[in-house]
Design a binder for this molecule. Sequence first.
Ligand SMILES: *[C@@H]1O[C@H](CO)[C@@H](O)[C@H](O)[C@H]1NC(C)=O
Ligand SMILES: *[C@@H]1O[C@H](CO)[C@@H](O)[C@H](O)[C@H]1NC(C)=O
Ligand SMILES: *[C@@H]1O[C@H](CO)[C@@H](O)[C@H](O)[C@H]1NC(C)=O
Ligand SMILES: *[C@@H]1O[C@H](CO)[C@@H](O)[C@H](O)[C@H]1NC(C)=O
Ligand SMILES: *[C@@H]1O[C@H](CO)[C@@H](O)[C@H](O)[C@H]1NC(C)=O
Ligand SMILES: *[C@@H]1O[C@H](CO)[C@@H](O)[C@H](O)[C@H]1NC(C)=O
Ligand SMILES: *[C@@H]1O[C@H](CO)[C@@H](O)[C@H](O)[C@H]1NC(C)=O
Ligand SMILES: [Cu+2]
Length: 686
Amino acid sequence: MASSSSMRTPTLILLSLLALFLSSLNNVSSSLSSTPPLQFQHPLDPLTQQEIALIRTIVLTKHPTKNTTFHYVGLDDPDKPTLLKWASSSSKPHIPRQALVIAIVNSETHEVLISLETKQILSDNISSGPGSGFPTLTVDEQSKAIVLPLTYGPFIESVRRRGLNLSEVACSVFTVGWYGETNGSERKVKVECFMKEETVNIYVRPINGIIIVVHLEKMAIVEYHDRNIEPVPTAENTEYRAEHQKPPFGPKLYGLASFQPEGPGFKINGHTISWANWDLHIGCDARAGVIISMASIYDMEKEMRRSVLYRGYISELFVPYQDPSEEWYYKTFFDAGEFGFGHSMVSLEPLRDCPPHAQFFDAYFATSDGSPSLLQNAFCVFQQHGNIMWRHTESGIPNQTTREVRTEVSLVVRMVVTVANYDNIIDWEFKPSGSIKLTISLSGMLEIKAVDIKHIDEIKEDQHGSLVSENSIGIYHDHFYIYHLDLDIDGEENSFVKTNLKGVRVTDGSSKRKSYWTTETQTLKKESDAKIKLGLSPAELVAVNPNKTTSIGNHVGYRLLPASVAHPILSEDDYPQVRGAFTNYDVWVTPYNRTEKWAGGLYVDQSRGQDTLAVWTQQNRDIEKKDIVMWYVVGIHHVPCQEDFPIMPLLSTGFELRPTNFFERNPVLKTLSPKTLEMAACPKQN
Ligand SMILES: *[C@@H]1O[C@H](CO)[C@@H](O)[C@H](O)[C@H]1NC(C)=O
Ligand SMILES: *[C@@H]1O[C@H](CO)[C@@H](O)[C@H](O)[C@H]1NC(C)=O
Ligand SMILES: *[C@@H]1O[C@H](CO)[C@@H](O)[C@H](O)[C@H]1NC(C)=O
Ligand SMILES: *[C@@H]1O[C@H](CO)[C@@H](O)[C@H](O)[C@H]1NC(C)=O
Ligand SMILES: *[C@@H]1O[C@H](CO)[C@@H](O)[C@H](O)[C@H]1NC(C)=O
Ligand SMILES: *[C@@H]1O[C@H](CO)[C@@H](O)[C@H](O)[C@H]1NC(C)=O
Ligand SMILES: *[C@@H]1O[C@H](CO)[C@@H](O)[C@H](O)[C@H]1NC(C)=O
Ligand SMILES: [Cu+2]
């Protein structure tokens, strides 16, 4: 007895210590997981619950009808000069808050500007007529549209004819696009249905061959066709929920206990964050999702804070599918303008979507009746560990090996935007070296076309996609994200410099080499100079401050380190490409203009390409020594493969904004590696 209990006690102590440790971890993460109390209001802070409720009252007082629906409610951000003055003043004079509402009142689109101070409508304009496109769809009207087929006689008949169970049908809304119609248009969507029987992975079980058009103002089906073409793929092997999978599971992955001996590493004040040498503001908008503003970096050598990015966000996401058939041709989506990137944000799951110690932020958006709706854990902020910041091993000095390694820690802001089948994981990563790394990762489901083909040998004609499972074609498509990046490199007045790398042939016998390359620098003067297709000839693209140089004379700047290049392949005169003309170039530079926010236009649903970045830049304005905005397109051509089925592992791409002669030298030379503790291995509990 005595000997066995003395054997046992240390193990028990260890286990209870472990339990204590783990529960303290849980406490830390739960105490951090709610939005901190608002300590002060930054002029760019998102609308609060109370403000959205107030806006609703103000709008409905003017338009007291059940026919008023709210399609966008957001902060009307203050003028840039006003905001910069506010930021540089120590007294922080109050800036009156204003909101912009886009509402449809009796089928007319209103743009309502509201003062939240005086609680008054400052202006209420009706947007221009046919051809200008329609506002973002509301979640509410989509919810109403997707149940219409379930009580629609001809659809019930189509389902019965296919031998399907109507109770197992789930439908989804698709925008209709624009295909050259010149008369007026009405707000319509297409609805497509899927089988949810024996799976939650509805997108891989489409009921093909049916076209349903819903008129949104009438909220009724106005067009219906059934070509009754192909059988629905089976539910077999489509599940992704762990509890619906059969063993064996694997490969086994091992976890890591984590704690922060020195605290969280960042300071949060409302929506403003200070971390290491960075200060930034994180806003959140129904249309854009996360907006990074006024990111600045502290320069230890100059002993001053220096501006880098005034404002950055994803302005539009264009996803054209490549099947020209009657059932598919129209699938050319603009996820930000048609569905709202912010409205499509989803709650993040602690410890899975974001690591331990992440700080989560909630967001409020207006529903279609204008009332505020809470999205918990809308985005998160965390420190990312594990990479090397810089290193060297020096073995060239006899009898003296030198090794110097500095560990990197960076700050990540993350949101997930799920528009129907696809999940977009959007990261902003800030590094102590001054780099900002932007990563886009895709996950979720392919859009599947049902076919009567079980093996690639049976494919007789172009299926416009890849056979990814029996009876299932993953249709070819692209994802084009366009970032709005208002860089303010050490001040607003910037220029954009293109340094071409050009080959030189040695012809005079001066070298044993026959060729080499050198650089040729060009400051871009007009918008037309700055329409750049990457990958055709090598070039460095740098936003510089023409008035500021380093001590040895280089202009201070930030360089774009692009993602791998993917240009649109559609003809420029094809209707979707006219609407998505902002993808015709990879890089565009415009002079700052407060109204130029949405690269695909303010009203994108059924737009005709009249209000895109491609149109604005026809003004060919000066961009030299101006407050400039860089627009950068990140594209992915997606030829689906079997690994994308039934749900695709993350597919990532990204780019970097990197200081270039911004600092006098490596700015993290004297940044020491953080204290990292390696805990003794704890005994396994079993
Ligand atoms: C709603 O708008 C329609 C026209 O779009 C109009 O016929 C109807 O009377 C309106 N309903 C109300 C309650 O105002
Ligand atoms: C409404 O129109 C007026 C006059 O054209 C303009 O000054 C104002 O900015 C517009 N309001 C909005 C919200 O666009
Ligand atoms: C149809 O689906 C419903 C709901 O899942 C189920 O209760 C019902 O038994 C199904 N009917 C048939 C004929 O399979
Ligand atoms: C526009 O014209 C097409 C045919 O040219 C017609 O089918 C459609 O109904 C018209 N739309 C409207 C809103 O008048
Ligand atoms: C390096 O160390 C070895 C052994 O300690 C010694 O024999 C040798 O002379 C040293 N070389 C130099 C260059 O110092
Ligand atoms: C930039 O430099 C020029 C000439 O050195 C000067 O005239 C101008 O005011 C400066 N601009 C800014 C914004 O500092
Ligand atoms: C701002 O942009 C709009 C749209 O491109 C344009 O009509 C307007 O002239 C621009 N304003 C200025 C001051 O350039
Ligand atoms: Cu894809």
